[in-house]
Design a protein around this ligand. Structure first.
Ligand code: ZN
Length: 116
């Protein structure tokens, strides 16, 4: 009996290989993206800026992962206090995210050339 197992084409990491080579370029861009990220997730960003962020995501896996965790945090904040929070994200959550982000950058800095 032969079942034709259909092989699911896995997402190849070709784009992410490019990102490795351009890591030092991405670091600055990552900061920009991070600055816009909470607005982006709150849909408060003009389409232009959204497109810019999304095209950065296409080549920068750490930023995708970071955006995912930010999105989850935002959702959690909303779930806990649906009505009380006029701000998109609480100060404390924001600090945690900044820490996480800096850890991410610190990890990258080892592969990028000296900056500053
Ligand atoms: Zn990035």
């Amino acid at each position: 009996m032969s079942t034709l197992a259909r092989s699911i084409p896995s997402l190849q990491d070709t784009r992410f290989e490019e990102y490795d080579m351009a890591a030092h370029v991405h670091t600055d861009k990552c900061k920009e993206v991070f600055a816009l990220l909470s607005d982006y997730l709150n849909l408060e960003l003009p389409p232009d800026a959204c497109g810019e962020i999304e095209s950065h995501f296409a080549g920068c896996r750490p930023c995708i992962e970071f955006a995912e965790s930010l999105r989850k945090t935002v959702e959690l904040c909303r779930r806990h206090r649906p009505a009380e929070l006029p701000e998109p994200i609480g100060t404390q959550a924001r600090e945690q995210l900044v820490n996480a982000y800096q850890k991410m950058l610190a990890g990258r800095r080892m592969t990028s050339r000296q900056a500053e």
